[in-house]
Design a protein around this ligand. Structure first.
Ligand code: ADP
Ligand code: MN
Ligand code: MN
Ligand code: MN
Length: 353
């Protein structure tokens, strides 16, 4: 039955878990003021920060400030998902775990002028208890090779989850670009970012927000199937691919046919000079993934190359052919925070403090 003027708003936020922040959410019943739901319909809300590693028990009320909302594809009707920034109990200063506030600051400090575009490739692994889907109870499946972009029940595991998740992202009108089965059994990828034709775009904050909505929906959809997703960068040790969050990036200058080539070269030079600072915010346990094997460059090296999947920064072949476009930073792990990755890239490439 429709017609109820009350809706469910799922308030979603990043917690204070170390070393990798997790998602939390709780439901608020809202009565939108007008016909169409607006951000101002969602008031601030407090939560128990002592249960999320964001406060002590003595002064535990942290504040959720709604910053973006999309349709809730799970509950349907007029229900919504509301992404929130976490503020200190004073309600005025961003909490130290609020990495979105830092990206806002970087964009306002000049980065937005270069109209930066981001495209994140989010890899993840669907798990059956402690094992990736497709791994037998004992031992290992056949060596990797046929699983990437595979088809067939012996090569592809969890497609029903992926199909449901993808439809949810479309229903929520997120900027999804595509999906594919990955190299490790049970491992998949979706991309969030600029879309091809027609050239639909969104700013860096929106793209990063959509990554967090998409992650929340991945876990939520997994509940329906009794399958948990992990973003761990190396879910299986040994001769198995790790899990990354390749980050495609461009600025106005890099997309400009007359100066794109030199802008990309200058960006890569700056990235090389700040390799350690980038590794510092590219996700926990990254050294397990960046070994120099399995389509990665060693964490101790920095290399760039055209179409080279063993490099830190890859210049896609079509970009090299045209002489302008974007670059791919292959270093971020799947568990990296898009806000922090975006902030770091903008600071390094656009010389922002
Ligand atoms: P790969 O070949 O590395 O697997 P994908 O096809 O998975 O690449 O993902 C490509 C990503 O690059 C998408 O997220 C897309 O939005 C992004 N992208 C494409 N063009 C640009 C651009 N000019 N600037 C930034 N990102 C871009
Ligand atoms: Mn990809
Ligand atoms: Mn991939
Ligand atoms: Mn890639």
């Amino acid at each position: 039955m429709t017609g109820s003027s009350f809706i469910q708003a799922e308030y979603i936020w990043m917690d204070g878990t170390v070393p990798t922040q997790k998602l939390r959410s709780k439901t608020k019943i809202i009565k939108p003021k007008g016909k169409a739901v607006e951000l101002s319909d969602f008031g601030d809300w407090s939560f128990d920060g002592s249960s999320t590693n964001q406060a002590t028990g003595h002064d535990s009320d942290c504040i959720l400030k709604p910053v973006a909302f999309v349709k809730d594809p799970i509950r349907g009707d007029n229900n919504v998902l509301v992404l929130c920034e976490v503020y200190n109990p004073d309600g005025v200063t961003p909490h130290k775990t609020n990495t979105r506030a830092e990206l806002r600051r970087v964009l306002e400090s000049g980065a937005q002028k270069e109209d930066p575009w981001f495209g994140f490739e989010q890899e993840y692994t669907l798990m059956d208890g402690m094992r990736p889907l497709g791994f037998p109870e004992n031992g290992y499946p056949a060596p990797q090779g046929p699983y990437y972009c595979g088809v067939g029940a012996d090569e592809v595991f969890g497609r029903e989850v992926v199909e449901a998740h993808t439809q949810c992202l479309l229903d929520a009108e997120l900027m999804i670009y595509g999906t594919n089965a990955e190299v490790l059994p049970g491992q998949w990828e979706f991309q969030i970012g600029y879309r091809g034709e027609p050239n639909e775009k969104a700013d860096a904050l929106t793209i990063s927000d959509h990554m967090w909505f998409a992650r929340w929906l991945l876990y939520r959809v997994g509940e329906e199937f009794g399958v948990a997703a992990t973003l761990h960068p190396k879910p299986v040790r040994g001769d198995w691919n790790g899990t990354g969050m390749h980050t495609n990036f461009s600025t106005n200058s890099m997309r400009d046919p007359s100066k794109g080539k030199s802008a990309i070269e200058s960006a890569i030079k700056k990235l090389g000079e700040r390799h350690e600072e980038h590794i510092g915010v590219y996700g926990a346990d990254l050294s397990l993934r960046l070994t120099g094997l399995h389509e990665t460059c060693s964490i101790h090296e920095f290399r760039s190359g055209v179409a080279d999947r063993g490099s830190s920064i890859r210049i896609p072949r079509p970009v090299a052919n045209k002489g302008y476009g974007y670059l791919e930073d292959r270093r971020p792990g799947a568990n990296a925070d898009p806000y922090q990755v975006a902030s770091r890239l903008l600071q390094t490439i656009l010389d922002i403090k």
